[in-house]
Design a protein around this ligand. Structure first.
Ligand code: SIN
Length: 461
C-alpha cells in the first residue's frame, strides 16, 4: 500500500465521515496472489468447517447489527429501519450458504459401457472477484461472498467508491469469525478502472460476479472474455408494476409503496413503470399520490422515510427524466422537485406519453410514472417491450390471469400480488440485458462450482 487514502461522504449531509485506504493496481495484484495462495487450504477444509465459520460470521453480524446499520445509513443514506433490514438480509446469506456448503452433492451416472463407472463431482471455481454496488453496500456483498466461501472459493471484493465502509466492516468481522487471511479481501478504491482491470485481466481470477448497471456489465463481460472467466451479472431493470381492475387495490397500493419508494427508489428491482387498468386508474392514482405526498423526506439517521440520492449524477438523471416526461405532456400529481441538491420529492406522474425516456430507462429515484391500459394483451406487450428482464409485478385476484401473466412476463422474477420479491431462499437474477446467473436459494452456490466428470474404467477383475 502506498498510503493513499480517499474520503467517504454522507450523501444526506455532504459531511466527510471517514477516509479509507485507496487501493492501486499493485495492491489488487498482491491481493489476487494472496487469494490464490490461500485457495488450496481453504478448499481442502471440510464443508462443515467452512459452514461453521460462516455461521460464526453471521452471529457476529447480528450481534453488531446496530453499528453496521448506522454505517450503511451514513454512507448511502437509507432509513435506519431499512439499514437494519439490510444487515439481517445480508447476514441471512451467510447462514443459508453455511448450510448449503454441506449439500454440494455429486452424482454417479450409469455408464454406457460395462466395466466402467461415471462420477460427477462439483469443485470450487477458484479465486473469485466481486464488484458490488452502493445501493445495498452490505447485503449485495454477502450475497456473493457467502456462496463463494461456502463452495471453497476465495474472494476479492471491490466495493463501490461511494460506499466502501460496510465492505471494510465485513472483512474485519470475517477475520474475527475465523476466515483465514487471503480467503476474503476487500479492495476499496477511488479509481475503479485500475483495480477492475487487475481483476478482469488476471488469469488467476476464474470468476467475476458483478451487480450494477447494464452499461458497466457489458464492459466487464468484454474485459472477462480474453481470460474466458465465469461471470454472474446482476444488471439493470425496468420493472413494470401492473394492476388489473380485479386486484385488491389496498394490497396493490401497499405493494406499490414498498416496491417504488424503498431505498428512495434506488433498487434494481424497483417498480419503474406502473400500468393500471383504466377502470381503477383514477381511483388508484388519487390514493397513491396522497400516500406518496405524505412520505417524510430526510436523513435516514433522523427518521427520514425517503433518504437522499447517492450523488449529484443520480439527482441529475432523475431531473432529466422528469423534465423529458413533462415536456412531452406528463402531469405531476405530487412531488416533482429536488430538495437541497441531495434529495428528490417522492413523485407520481400521469399522462406519460409512450416513448418518454422515463418509461425506457431505469429511474433509480423516487418517481412513479402511471399509465392506464385496457386489455391483458396490451399490457403484456407494453410490459415486455424493453431490453431488460429483471423483475415484474402484477396484481390480480383472477387465478387464471395470475398464471397467464406469470407465464407471459419475460422477467427473471415476478411478484404476483407482492411488491417485495427479495428473499434469501429464492433465486435472484434476470434475463435479457438484466444479466445472467442467480444469487441466493439452493441454486446460488452453483455459480461458484465447476462440474468435474470422472470416467473410471478397467473395473473388472
Ligand atoms: C438490488 O440489487 O438493487 C436489489 C436488492 C434486493 O432487493 O435484493
Amino acid at each position: 500500500m502506498d498510503g493513499r487514502r480517499f474520503a467517504v461522504t454522507n450523501p444526506a449531509t455532504g459531511e466527510e465521515i471517514a477516509d479509507v485506504a485507496d487501493c492501486s493496481r499493485d495492491d489488487a495484484e498482491a491481493a489476487i496472489k494472496a487469494a490464490h495462495e490461500a485457495l488450496p487450504a481453504w478448499r481442502a477444509r471440510s464443508a462443515a468447517d467452512r459452514g461453521a465459520i460462516l455461521r460464526t460470521w453471521h452471529d457476529l453480524m447480528i450481534a453488531d447489527e446496530d453499528r453496521l446499520a448506522r454505517l450503511i445509513t451514513a454512507e448511502m443514506g437509507k432509513p435506519l429501519t431499512e439499514a437494519i433490514g439490510e444487515v439481517r438480509y445480508g447476514a441471512a446469506y451467510l447462514k443459508w450458504f453455511a448450510e448449503e456448503a454441506e449439500r454440494i452433492y455429486g452424482e454417479i451416472i450409469p455408464a454406457s459401457a460395462g466395466n466402467t463407472k461415471i462420477f460427477v463431482s462439483r469443485e470450487p471455481v477458484g479465486v473469485c472477484a466481486a464488484i458490488t454496488p452502493w445501493n445495498f453496500p452490505s447485503a449485495m456483498l454477502m450475497r456473493k461472498v457467502a456462496p463463494a466461501l461456502a463452495a471453497g472459493c476465495t474472494m476479492l471484493a471491490k466495493p463501490a467508491e461511494d460506499t466502501p465502509l460496510s465492505a471494510i466492516a465485513a472483512a474485519k468481522l470475517a477475520l474475527e469469525a475465523g476466515v483465514p487471511p487471503g480467503v476474503f479481501s476487500v479492495l476499496p478504491c477511488s479509481q475503479p478502472a485500475a483495480v477492475g482491470a487487475a481483476l478482469t485481466e488476471s488469469d488467476l481470477v476464474r470468476k467475476l460476479s458483478f451487480t450494477g448497471s447494464t452499461q458497466v456489465g457489458r464492459r466487464l463481460l468484454a474485459d472477462c472474455a480474453p481470460t474466458v472467466k465465469r461471470v454472474s451479472m446482476e444488471l439493470g431493470g425496468n420493472a413494470p408494476f401492473i394492476i388489473f381492475d380485479d386486484a385488491d387495490i389496498d394490497a396493490a397500493l401497499e405493494g406499490a409503496m414498498a416496491s417504488k419508494y424503498r431505498n428512495a427508489g434506488q433498487t434494481c428491482v424497483c417498480a419503474n413503470r406502473f400500468y393500471v387498468h383504466r377502470a381503477v386508474h383514477d381511483q388508484f392514482c388519487e390514493r397513491f399520490a396522497k400516500r406518496v405526498g405524505a412520505l417524510k423526506v430526510g436523513d435516514g439517521a433522523s427518521g427520514g422515510e425517503v433518504g437522499p440520492l447517492i450523488n449529484r449524477a443520480a439527482l441529475d438523471k432523475v431531473i432529466r427524466l422528469l423534465d423529458d416526461a413533462t415536456r412531452r405532456g406528463a402531469r405531476i400529481l405530487t412531488g416533482g422537485a429536488p430538495i437541497d441538491d441531495r434529495f428528490f420529492e417522492p413523485t407520481v406522474i400521469v399522462d406519460v406519453p409512450p416513448g418518454s425516456a422515463i418509461l425506457e430507462e431505469e429511474i433509480f429515484g423516487p418517481v412513479a410514472p402511471v399509465i392506464p391500459f385496457d386489455t391483458e394483451k396490451e399490457v403484456i406487450a407494453a410490459a415486455n417491450a424493453t431490453p431488460f428482464g429483471l423483475a415484474a409485478y402484477c396484481y390480480t385476484r383472477d387465478l387464471g390471469r395470475a398464471w397467464r401473466m406469470s407465464d407471459a412476463l419475460e422477467y427473471g422474477m415476478v411478484g404476483m400480488n407482492d411488491g417485495i420479491i427479495s428473499a434469501v431462499s429464492a433465486p435472484f437474477g434476470g434475463i435479457k440485458q438484466s444479466g445472467m446467473g442467480r444469487e441466493g436459494s439452493r441454486h446460488g452456490i452453483d455459480d461458484y462450482l465447476e462440474m468435474k466428470y470422472v470416467r473410471m474404467g478397467g473395473l473388472s477383475a
